[in-house]
Design a protein around this ligand. Structure first.
Ligand SMILES: NC(=O)c1ccc[n+]([C@@H]2O[C@H](COP(=O)([O-])OP(=O)(O)OC[C@H]3O[C@@H](n4cnc5c(N)ncnc54)[C@H](OP(=O)(O)O)[C@@H]3O)[C@@H](O)[C@H]2O)c1
Ligand SMILES: [Zn+2]
Ligand SMILES: [Zn+2]
Length: 406
């Protein structure tokens, strides 16, 4: 058969399959879907046929983005039948991270749709696989940004799964390393996760307020621990949002002297209540000059490209500015002069390992630390994104998942 004839045959086969799927109502309630989308969904739906055996899946309701320009809408999809080491979790609450918005809008490139966001998950265990002995039905648990990793590289062996050399499997917008299905996040009824990536929630913590600890909490805890922040340390945080407010609370509880850099004068009072000893308006050069040489660590949580140069003088000798908030280039150019003349560093950090996440949760349990939240219904998620962009949240939205049943 010539190449051309083979192509025609393939095209005919795809068209016949498409018509067959349409007849079988595999359109998932969306008649506007293209042929490729229907075929992709059909393949995805059948991707749980492992080694020729069909396994049972769970049909789950969630909210998904179908493109970078569309609002999130209700979406039904399949969760895998638990593997022997899996935990099935009924989701109670899910925090809304700025990373959800970045990925829904495809700010980083590579978003695959339909995309069900959510990686600040609190829920109750409803079922466990036969090899799970850390959790039982009824336990209150958390799931953060990762659901798996290779488990054998040197990073994984050191408890740094977030830096897995083969890349961790993220909770959503990622590909499962065993069955190659797409992962879907916490804006949904249930999730199925390997027990190694499930966290214990300490007794007594308010569950709604604990949800953001699974990302905002660990993302700020990890650099604080890595740079040995404790009593006598002088730390600053840039930006009072979801991450920033957790950084203030955690740094304060570790015993540090804490400063907030903000563009928002209205946030001063809140910042002091949340743990800041000092508040600096980053738009005021006199205030910026007054903190020259003060900080051994600055945690930068700003979610967009911004000038780092004004913050460099505020670092002390050997001080580090650690970026957690923005993936992309540094603009305008960063001057090397303060770096060289003060042996200063600019670093980056991503979430934290599983053991470190448990350490942070236990610390929060001991110190009664949770996030300051506004509870929303899932139906309000698109408004919440717009408000997040307008800096109008105090200081984390958390979705009450019972609203999915409305
Ligand atoms: N590295 C990681 O592992 C990790 C984990 C989670 C999230 N993230 C990223 O961290 C970033 C922050 O997330 P979030 O959920 O905390 O966001 P957020 O709640 O929107 O807070 C960001 C804060 O940054 C400040 N800000 C916003 N735009 C700014 C600008 N143009 N210039 C200066 N300051 C600005 C604002 O504080 P003020 O009003 O006080 O200035 C704002 O409240 C996002 O990019 C997110 O993707 C990274
Ligand atoms: Zn996050
Ligand atoms: Zn690894």
């Amino acid at each position: 058969m010539t190449e051309w004839a083979a192509k025609v045959k393939l095209r005919r086969l795809r068209r016949v399959t498409y018509i067959f799927l349409c007849d079988r109502k595999f359109l998932y309630g969306a008649p506007q879907r293209t042929m490729n989308q229907v075929l992709y969904l059909y393949q995805r739906r059948n991707s749980n046929k492992l080694n020729g055996e069909t396994t049972m899946t769970m049909n789950v309701l969630g909210f998904a983005a179908h493109s970078s320009r569309e609002a999130l809408t209700p979406y039904r999809f399949e969760r895998r039948d638990p593997r022997t080491d899996d935990v099935v979790i009924d989701i109670l609450y899910c925090g809304v991270c700025h990373s959800d918005l970045h990925q829904v809008r495809d700010d980083w490139g590579g978003s695959a749709y339909p995309l069900v966001p959510g990686h600040e998950i609190i829920g109750r265990v409803v079922r466990v696989g036969p090899d799970v002995n850390r959790f039982r039905q009824g336990d209150l648990v958390g799931v953060g940004c990762m659901v798996d990793s290779c488990q054998h590289c040197s990073a994984c062996q050191s408890g740094l799964e977030q830096y897995c050399e083969e890349s961790p499997t993220y909770t959503y917008n990622s590909v499962d390393r065993h069955d190659h299905t797409h992962t879907f996040g916490g804006y949904s009824e249930k999730i199925v996760v390997s027990d190694k990536f499930v966290l214990n929630i300490p007794d007594g913590l308010d569950l709604k307020g604990a949800a953001p600890l699974l990302c905002a909490g660990i993302t700020t805890w990890s650099p604080l621990r890595h740079w040995n922040i404790g009593k006598g340390s002088n730390v600053a945080v840039i930006g009072l949002g979801g991450l920033g407010h957790m950084a203030l609370k955690l740094a304060k509880a570790l015993g540090a002297d804490v400063t907030l850099f903000t563009r928002s004068p209205k946030k001063e009072q809140d910042a002091r209540r949340l743990g800041a000893d000092n508040v600096v308006l980053s738009t005021e050069s006199a205030q910026m000059n007054a903190v020259k040489g003060q900080f051994e660590l600055i945690i930068d949580t700003v979610p967009s490209v911004h000038d780092l140069n004004p913050y460099m003088p505020a670092l002390s000798l050997d001080g580090t500015l650690v970026l957690v908030g923005f993936l992309g280039g540094i603009e305008p150019l960063l001057s090397t002069v303060p770096l060289i003349m003060g042996r200063k560093s600019v670093a980056g950090s991503v979430i934290g390992g599983i053991a470190e996440t448990q350490e942070m949760l236990d610390f929060c349990g001991k110190h009664g630390i949770t996030s300051d939240i506004e509870v929303i219904r899932i139906q309000d998620i698109n408004d919440a994104y717009e408000r997040l962009l307008k800096n109008d949240v105090k200081y984390r939205f958390v979705i009450d998942m019972t609203s999915l049943k409305e």
